[in-house]
Design a protein around this ligand. Structure first.
Ligand code: NAG
Ligand code: NAG
Ligand code: NAG
Ligand code: NAG
Length: 385
């Protein structure tokens, strides 16, 4: 077992004596980190209201399960980022872009549905790609931090301060990432496999730059999800007929797409290992969400789920696909993309996004360290391995 080093050197004031702690302790015996806040960057897998605030709100039946109303999330209920907040005893994150009912005392969420790591040249109205790519999310964080700090210092009452982050806590926060899936989806749409493969180092490097930027301004604890099994999203099988042998794997997932995701993840993990040497005080946890999600898909039945390629919400019969919550026509009749009876046994909520039960399963399996490097629970993610 390696030794862990506490990342935040604490300043302890004891009877006129200032002691700077440089503790070296066994990781597994360390006290839980007390993260005061979470700052999240990502796409629809972790958007808690950004795209709904900025564009057309996500409508019912999204959110019907846990929140009992649309809640800015692409699911029937909570996302993995919500389960992260629960695990760290922090409230759900307000979206930075939301203008009403927000509270940023314990962090903010910069993720938006459709976000990519790299800037794209398309509008959201074409293929749903968000204008808030990762570099823009970082710019938004910079502005958030500067303005929140200024407002905090100018505030005269604890009431005024209560919805703002405490400036000193930015360096003690957990910085989380779940982004890259849409860089692959744009790549599959616009590039050849060779071109996409060749673009991966740049995509991964831009994610690394975001981490470096946050480190340079004091961030120390980073929790980075890799990308999921893209080829297992049921939407990949829409309008697909007479597939050649070997196109799908044993679970019915598109093999070439998963292979590209695996390659992205391999390069991301290598880059994270390099980042650890570039950023000597950073505690960076690499989270293999691919393995967790694929693990769920491959053992869906024994884990109490139905066929993982079945979609809970929407109308999907033969080649007619009406998106969850939308109306359309099938065989001349109006049909509605309704929710299924029992979302809690579905892996896929709408063909692209996971149902809450699946998010909960994945969260339970990644947050205790079973799928992370180093293999530590999120509650110890402030320690450098
Ligand atoms: C977007 O367009 C600019 C200018 O045409 C180009 O340089 C850039 O590579 C494009 N970006 C992407 C992701 O296609
Ligand atoms: C706090 O009080 C000072 C001095 O009375 C005043 O100038 C300032 O505008 C107040 N700040 C806020 C946010 O109300
Ligand atoms: C779907 O396709 C099957 C097999 O071709 C056919 O029997 C069925 O009637 C179709 N369903 C609808 C609603 O079109
Ligand atoms: C983490 O939790 C999952 C789900 O409860 C469990 O199967 C797994 O054994 C746990 N792993 C560790 C390292 O505690």
């Amino acid at each position: 077992m390696g030794t862990g080093k506490l990342v935040h050197s604490g300043l302890f004031l004891t009877t006129g004596l200032i002691v700077i702690s440089a503790m070296s302790v066994e990781l597994k015996d360390s006290p839980a980190c007390s993260f005061p806040a979470i700052y999240n960057f990502g796409d629809s897998n972790s958007d808690t209201g950004g795209i709904s605030a900025s564009f057309v709100p996500i409508s019912a039946p999204y959110g019907e399960g846990f929140f009992h109303k649309p809640a800015g999330r692409d699911s029937d209920g909570r996302l993995i980022i919500d389960f992260i907040a629960e695990r760290l005893n922090l409230p759900y994150l307000s979206a930075y872009l939301n203008s009403l009912g927000t509270n940023y005392r314990h962090g903010a969420n910069f993720a938006t549905g459709g976000s990519t790591i790299r800037r794209q040249n398309e509008t959201i109205f074409e293929y749903g790609i968000s204008p808030f790519s990762l570099d823009i999310q970082i710019v938004q964080f910079d502005q958030f931090k500067a303005r929140a700090t200024q407002l905090y210092q100018q505030a005269n009452t604890s009431m005024e301060r209560s919805k703002l982050p405490v400036p000193e806590e930015f360096s003690k926060a957990l910085y989380t990432f779940d982004i890259g899936q849409n860089d692959l989806s744009v790549g599959f749409r616009k590039l050849s496999a060779d071109q996409l493969h060749a673009a991966i180092p740049d995509i991964v490097n831009q994610l690394a730059s975001a981490v470096q930027n946050l480190y340079q301004q004091g961030g120390r604890a980073f929790w980075i999800h890799n990308t999921g099994p893209f080829g297992c999203l049921p939407v990949q099988l829409f309008y697909k007929h007479n597939l050649p042998p070997g196109y799908l794997d044993q679970y019915g997932c598109v093999k070439d797409q998963n292979d590209m995701a695996i390659e992205f993840n391999k390069q991301l993990k290598d880059r994270v290992i390099k980042l650890r040497t570039e950023l000597p005080e950073a505690a960076i946890t690499y989270v293999d969400t691919y393995a967790a999600k694929y693990g769920l898909i491959s053992s869906a039945k024994t884990e109490g789920f139905t066929d993982p390629l079945k979609i809970c919400c929407g109308y999907h019969v033969n080649d007619t696909h009406i998106w969850c919550g939308n109306k359309g026509s099938a065989n001349g009749k109006e049909v509605y993309g309704a929710s299924c009876e029992k979302p809690s046994v579905y892996v896929s909520w709408d063909g692209v996004h996971y149902a809450e039960a699946a998010n909960h399963w994945v969260a339970n399996h990644i947050l205790n360290g079973s799928f992370t490097d180093p293999p530590i629970p999120i509650t110890l993610a402030c320690y450098r391995h």
